[in-house]
Ligand binder design. Structure first.
Ligand code: PLP
Length: 386
């Protein structure tokens, strides 16, 4: 076994580093989930969660990963055979499509090159052509964790409105919530899907659905089978401060602490911090002479950067060297990007010197792997930070 000193650098794009404050908050005795202390915690949490989603409506919390929250969004709003419009922005969009198909939905999947977000003009043209309004939902992954590309959700909303189409808008914010500007109510999103393990700075284990009034209305008649994922019993129990099953009590302690940290820093500052670290990372990548995967300046992710390797180089070989030599984990290439990219996570509990250390480790790893890089890359990032 290799002896390690100091902290591991967990620079994958989630799960992210959990702040000591949050870890300590979770290391408290588990309480009665049907008692008054727990009811007060639930009420406090639900109040504090709304602003993070940008909603005054209900937010449903599940003891699940993000995948569970994806399923909840679909089964609460749709019926067997319903048409859904999706976009191939990357690996997670593909996984969500596969889930929708597995649930018996009829998914129109617009092909993509994994370097761009959803094209709002395509949304408008597809929906304008659907004069019978057979498309019931549009599914968008706000931040594609496999590519580091964001989709412009406000523009997608405008496109749906321009087509005069009543489809629901379902948005995955698993790797953007609490890191990249997001506004559920203002952007007219019907279901926002999220998870605990990225911008919310918690371990994996909580899934979320923020739900619009229109989505709640759709849930009344949506015919896909559901039981555990059903919003209604959760929302009803939440009104009394409880859940219809045993909630993930200690993760909820952590959530309260993390929400307090986000509130104290202020969401605009949180988003600006992420954007700045992303800009510094791009400066490093370009300075090294490598390419950022995201191909549209408007769509760079604040939470991660995917770095495209030269054709003849294996990104996983570089990641292996960096893990072994510098005890740092970077994100692997997912799906068709396997071996072609590595991903630098710069989200959550993170600061300038963590980024400087991360980029120094990446630069040294690239050099050790024999990838020709200009060492001025690191200096370019430090210039942005300074
Ligand atoms: N959607 C996105 C954008 C993700 O990044 C992930 C996981 O990384 C998921 C969905 C699935 O979430 P989970 O792995 O928590 O089930």
């Amino acid at each position: 076994m290799t002896l390690r000193t100091g902290r591991h650098f967990l620079q994958i794009p989630g799960p992210t580093n959990v702040p000591d404050r949050v870890l300590r908050a979770m290391a408290a005795p588990t309480i009665d989930h049907r008692g008054p202390e727990f009811a007060a915690l639930t009420r406090r949490l639900l109040k504090a969660l709304g602003p993070v989603f940008g909603t005054s409506g209900p937010v449903v919390i599940y003891p699940s990963s993000g995948t569970g929250a994806w399923e909840a969004a679909l089964v609460n709003t749709l019926g067997p055979g319903d048409r859904v419009l999706g976009f191939e922005t990357g690996h997670f969009a593909v996984l969500w499509r596969d889930m929708a198909r597995g649930l018996g939905l009829d998914v129109d999947f617009v092909p993509g090159d994994w370097r761009h977000g959803v094209d709002p003009a395509t949304v408008e043209s597809r929906l304008s052509a659907d004069t019978s309004h057979s498309v019931k939902a549009v599914c968008v992954v706000h931040n594609e964790t496999s590519t580091g590309v964001t989709s412009r959700v406000a523009d997608v909303r405008r496109a749906i409105d321009a087509a005069g189409h009543p489809a629901l808008l379902l948005v995955d914010t698993v790797s953007s919530l609490g890191s990249i500007d997001y506004r559920h109510d203002e952007w007219g999103v019907d279901v926002t899907v999220a998870g605990s393990q990225k911008g919310l700075m918690l371990p994996p284990g909580l899934g979320f659905n923020a739900v619009s009034a229109k989505a709640l209305q759709a849930a009344r008649t949506a015919a896909l089978p559901r039981s555990f994922w059903d919003w209604q019993p959760v929302i009803a129990a939440n009104e009394r401060g409880f859940f219809p099953y045993t909630p993930a009590t200690n993760l909820l302690y952590g959530l309260a602490e993390a929400l307090d940290m986000l509130r104290t820093e202020g969401l605009p500052q949180v988003f600006a911090r992420h954007a700045r670290h992303a800009a510094a990372t791009r400066a490093a990548v370009r300075g090294w002479g490598l390419e950022v995967l995201c191909a549209d300046e408007r769509e760079h992710s604040g939470s991660l950067t995917a770095v495209l390797m030269p054709e003849d180089r294996d990104a996983d070989a570089v990641r292996k060297i960096i893990l072994e030599r510098f005890d740092m984990s970077l994100g692997t290439g997912l799906g068709r990007l396997g071996g072609r990219v590595f991903r630098i996570g710069h989200l959550g509990h993170f600061n300038d010197l963590t980024l400087a250390g991360t980029l120094a480790g990446v630069q040294m790893g690239l050099e050790l792997a024999g990838v020709p890089v200009d060492p001025a890359g690191l200096t370019a990032a430090l210039d942005v930070l300074r």
